[in-house]
Design a protein. Structure first.
Length: 131
């Protein structure tokens, strides 16, 4: 665990002690889909009864849309991982549909898919012709 992760965990632990932990979200077979960090801290604090919402028949694509809507701020998610997950569950032909169910508009959804075309190796190596 990095120093920043340790600091963030301590802050989350303090916040949970002071304000509570919110609600954890589960789907099929009690798979936790939102609240992993909070659950880890709740276990550390010996809190073994927590509020949960169970979506027993949530598909992978519906899960992705739900999590995106729950975590509207980009700072709460890894955009590249989100782009990869979108690409696994949807195709670029689904842009209109996605723009109707997640916070991003059509242009932003298209931009998310374009992130996957970006060559990070060229960027990281400062190869000529990149810019």
């Amino acid at each position: 665990m990095t120093e920043l992760e340790t600091i963030l965990e301590i802050k989350l632990r303090t916040s949970i002690r002071k304000f509570g932990y919110g609600t954890l979200i589960l789907r099929n077979n009690n798979e936790l889909i939102d609240g992993r960090k909070r659950l880890k801290i709740l276990e550390f604090l010996n809190i073994n009864r927590v509020k949960c919402i169970l979506y027993p028949e949530l598909s992978d694509s519906d899960t992705l849309v739900l999590l995106r809507n729950l975590h509207y701020e980009w700072s709460q998610i890894n955009v590249l991982i989100f782009a990869e997950l979108l690409n696994l569950q949807f195709s670029e032909k689904d842009v209109d549909e996605l723009a109707n169910v997640i916070p991003e508009n059509i242009e932003e959804v298209e931009g998310i898919f374009r992130l996957l075309d970006f060559d990070w190796n060229k960027f990281n190596n400062n190869e000529k012709g990149f810019f």
